[in-house]
Design a binder for this molecule. Structure first.
Ligand SMILES: [Zn+2]
Length: 485
């Protein structure tokens, strides 16, 4: 007989997850899940409130004789990333997720599963409904729109939460306790430029750097992958000096939080030295292959001659200053953490370069789990570009969460983990944003930790959650509530 999700153990969690799979909750369309959560709180006779930012908060009093223990916030996000395979017809606004129990895993038929963060939310609901799990005063916090802007975390007002400990359920590796995340900020530098009329005998080329692996600009930044913008600008720098190259178009990278995989430029060189220019590109391509051997097996550098020579290009002054600055601009890992071995503390990702009608725009995403290190790196970038005649603006800042290895909740969760499973949990942090960074900025006295079951390929139709890890997550969570003094 086919096993269904609702039959899995622990029942209180899986039954609620099964219900969640039938409630549409794609990011930015969370009305139905919000109504469901408000109903649950109301139906249980618990103090329930929704705020302007779309968050839902439900308070449950302590169980017998535990009124004096530290109040705890259990937190998860309401939304899920709606992704379907090509050829799968699925309307995330109304269709239920079709779950499949597949060996050790639960996945969905052709779509994201929503285990991120549905398992966490289901666990919290299970605890709110429970009568036999001992715990102190509880506050459930279900945040809105985590996946595309962390709106709920940003919008949560000061003075709403009463808990002192916050357990976030949005981690994706069972056995790993997350105690820190990076903050981030967007840097945008603009070089004002003027256009000059082209004239004379020129040869035009489409330069491309393609075939790189890319990846997430936070969690993959330490892998040493090639940055298509840096490589393109090394070509432009060398060829600019040697061949008097002129630039008409730049189209490099497209997302701030992705390591750029592709970069293109339309350039011209005097026709009589076109051949030498082309062979210099081939030589550089060979050098890049050697440099990135083993890391970027599919890298492709090409200079394709195009028939139409552009009728204008940007002024040489701006061009040279921009090339120098982009070549000198840091990208990749800038510093490693002292407290957590292997964790990137500070990094920056040179992510987009474009020519607009009146300027060249250069974008980076700077991250750090230490605020002062983030600021120092931003200052360096602003200074570098201002020396080259560009103005740098910063926006979209979100705070980090600096690891505190002496955290009390960390010690408690660790000891519960060791007792229940007979081995130590790993302590880690991630080099990307988590809601904890924002919540901790609004509530600086919170003692926080993030944990969860093992989820693979979140945000994609391959998303799946490991069944045994879910029951361990449940045991750890409920065991911790019982342990907190
Ligand atoms: Zn999540």
């Amino acid at each position: 007989m086919k096993i269904r999700v609702a039959d899995l153990h622990p029942g209180p969690l899986w039954k609620n997850f099964d219900v969640l799979t039938r409630i549409p909750r794609p990011t930015r369309h969370e009305e139905q899940i919000r109504a469901h959560l408000l109903n649950i709180g109301g139906g249980l006779g618990l103090e329930t409130l929704g705020d302007e930012a779309g968050n839902v908060i439900i308070r449950k009093p302590a169980t017998d004789n535990r009124q004096g223990t530290t109040p705890v916030i259990l937190q998860g996000h309401q939304d899920m990333v709606p992704q379907a395979n090509a050829g799968t017809t699925h309307d995330f606004a109304k269709d239920p997720i079709r779950t499949v129990v597949d060996g050790e895993w639960v996945r969905a038929e052709g779509t994201t599963l929503g285990a991120d963060n549905g398992i966490g939310v289901a666990a919290i609901i299970g605890i709110l409904e429970s009568r036999n799990i001992p715990h102190g005063p509880l506050e459930a916090l279900f945040t809105s729109n985590e996946e595309s802007g962390m709106d709920g975390a940003f919008g949560l007002e000061v003075g709403v939460l009463r808990g002192r400990i916050l357990i976030n359920t949005d981690s994706e590796e069972e056995g790993e306790l997350c105690i820190g995340c990076s903050g981030g900020i967007n840097a945008t530098s603009r070089f004002p430029c003027t256009w000059e009329k082209a004239g004379g005998d020129w040869a035009a080329y489409r330069l491309s750097v393609t075939g790189l692996r890319g990846g997430h600009s936070g969690v993959d930044i330490h892998r040493g992958r090639g940055n298509a913008i840096s490589l393109l600008f090394r070509i432009l720098g060398q060829a600019g000096r040697e061949y008097g190259l002129r630039i008409t178009e730049l189209d490099a990278g497209n997302m701030r939080n992705a390591i750029p995989r592709e970069a293109f430029a339309t350039v011209s060189v005097p026709a009589d030295i076109a051949r030498a220019f082309q062979s210099s590109i081939d030589a550089l391509a060979g050098a890049f292959h050697g440099e990135l051997e083993g890391i970027e097996p599919s890298i492709c550098i090409s200079a394709e001659r195009i028939a139409d020579v552009p009728d204008q290009w940007i002024d040489t002054g701006t061009q040279d200053r921009c090339i120098d600055a982009v070549c000198a601009c840091p990208t990749g890992v800038v510093g490693m953490s002292e407290t957590i071995p292997g964790l990137v503390e500070t990094s920056t990702n040179l992510s987009i370069v474009r020519i607009r009608s009146d300027c060249i725009e250069v974008c980076s995403l700077v991250r750090s789990s230490v605020d002062s290190a983030l600021e120092a790196l931003c200052d360096d970038i602003a200074l570098l570009f201002s020396q080259a005649g560009a103005r740098t603006e910063f926006d979209g800042r979100y705070p980090g969460w600096q690891p505190d290895p002496s955290s009390v909740i960390l010690a408690q969760v660790r000891s519960v983990y060791l007792e229940k499973f007979g081995k130590s949990a790993h302590i880690g942090a991630i080099h990307a944003g988590l809601e904890c960074g924002i919540l901790g900025d609004t509530y600086p006295d919170l003692d926080m930790i993030s944990l969860g079951p093992t989820i693979r390929d979140p945000h994609s139709p391959d998303e799946r959650v490991h069944i045994t890890s879910v029951s361990r997550f449940w045991e750890l969570l409920t065991g911790t509530l019982e342990r907190i003094q």
